[in-house]
Design a binder for this molecule. Structure first.
Ligand SMILES: Cc1ncc(C[n+]2csc(CCOP(=O)(O)OP(=O)(O)O)c2C)c(N)n1
Length: 344
């Protein structure tokens, strides 16, 4: 079958499956509540982390990607998050928030024991793949490797790799997606297209009409989804996960969203017209999911107020603890915890 034929097959499958996939997500009250809580908590984390560190990369307005990618996974699935939102992803996977925030404040209680001060902590205990070198792109390759391992183990686990529009044009991103396509690996590639790579608009970094269109060139499904609609995006990702688990190979999902904040807290983003932001604020993903929950009878104003207060208090307490935690002592430099022992 030629590439066009392959594309027609999954296109039709997606057309057939999309409504049912959406209906399934809408009927899962537990998942909807979990996604809403994840998004609200992310915004609280942005508030405290952004207040403490001008280098923080906020996820505001992009939270639907977190909810859709990291809720409802199996414990043995692997995730290679985008650096923007990695701390929230780690917490969504079960890592302790105080320890994660202690990574930001450089404290001894952090996963790196204070040796590395960063918001891009991805504890391997949570089956997470981090941005170990700070270079964007390799995480897609590591995710393809994790997917290969999962297939060799026969575990049925999948890997999810999330990355930005800027990262999507890195050479290793192409290599990873191509290799995964050739080997039909159980990995879902999700491009969190927020319209910018620092100050470069996506339109100046990507010549293709859309990032999803690149899927056809790799010979895999490429699906663009509204990245501010948590339900639609989750339905799309579930379709891709189901294919991957069934041995049908990878997919490329483009989550179209917008970076309403600067690249980092200290960036006032003078390079874009201010009136570009407002229409996106009006499509706020948190508000859209809240309205859905209210319409479905799953949330009322009093419960929403109580939930927001609880999350604010929890996140404030975790940050207060992370700030009060001890600084690393010289023993944090103990090389025994860095290098494998030499066998004699
Ligand atoms: C290989 C590499 N090149 C450049 C950088 C510097 N850098 C850090 S964040 C960033 C922007 C990435 O844009 P995108 O992937 O779209 O993610 P976003 O920041 O928009 O979420 C760049 C270029 C890097 N970390 N790694």
């Amino acid at each position: 079958m030629n590439a066009g034929g392959r594309q027609a097959t999954w296109d039709e499958a997606w057309q057939e499956a999309s409504q049912a996939a959406r209906a399934r997500v809408e009927a899962d009250a537990g998942l909807l509540r979990l996604m809403y809580e994840t998004m609200l908590r992310s915004r609280e984390i942005d508030r405290v982390a952004g207040g403490a560190d001008g280098h923080w990369h906020a996820c505001e307005g992009e939270e639907a990607v977190l909810a859709a990618c990291y809720c409802g996974l199996r414990d043995d699935d692997w995730v290679a998050p985008h650096y923007r939102g990695m701390l929230q992803a780690a917490h969504a996977r079960g890592a302790d928030l105080r320890r994660l925030l202690a990574g930001l404040t450089g404290k001894a209680t952090s996963h790196s024991r204070g040796r590395y001060r960063s918001d891009v902590c991805a504890p391997v205990e949570q089956r997470m793949i981090g941005l170990y070198s700070g270079a964007l792109g390799p995480t897609l390759e590591y995710a393809a490797g994790a997917a290969l391992a999962a297939r060799l183990d026969g575990s049925g686990a999948v890997a999810i790799a999330v990355f930005g529009d800027g990262t999507s044009s890195r050479g290793n991103a192409h290599e990873a997606i191509n290799l995964a396509a050739v080997l039909k690996l159980p990995v879902v590639f999700v491009c969190q297209n927020n319209g910018f790579a620092i100050s470069t608009p996506a339109a100046r970094g990507v010549a293709a009409r859309s990032i999803a269109d690149r899927g056809a060139a790799y010979g895999i499904p490429g699906i663009a989804a509204d990245g501010n609609d948590a339900i639609a995006l989750r339905a799309t990702i579930e379709f891709a996960i189901a294919r991957a688990r069934a041995g049908e190979g990878p997919a490329l999902i483009e989550a179209r969203t917008y970076r309403v904040a600067g690249h980092l807290v200290a960036d006032p983003a003078p390079y874009r017209p201010p009136d570009e932001v407002e229409p996106w604020r009006a499509r706020d993903p948190v508000e859209r999911l809240r309205a859905k929950l209210v319409a479905a009878g799953l949330l009322d104003a009093a419960a929403d107020t109580a939930l927001r207060a609880r999350l604010r208090d929890e996140v404030d307490a975790a940050m207060a603890q992370a700030q009060a935690d001890p600084d690393p002592a010289p023993d944090a430099l103990d090389t025994g915890a860095v290098f494998a022992p030499v066998r004699g």
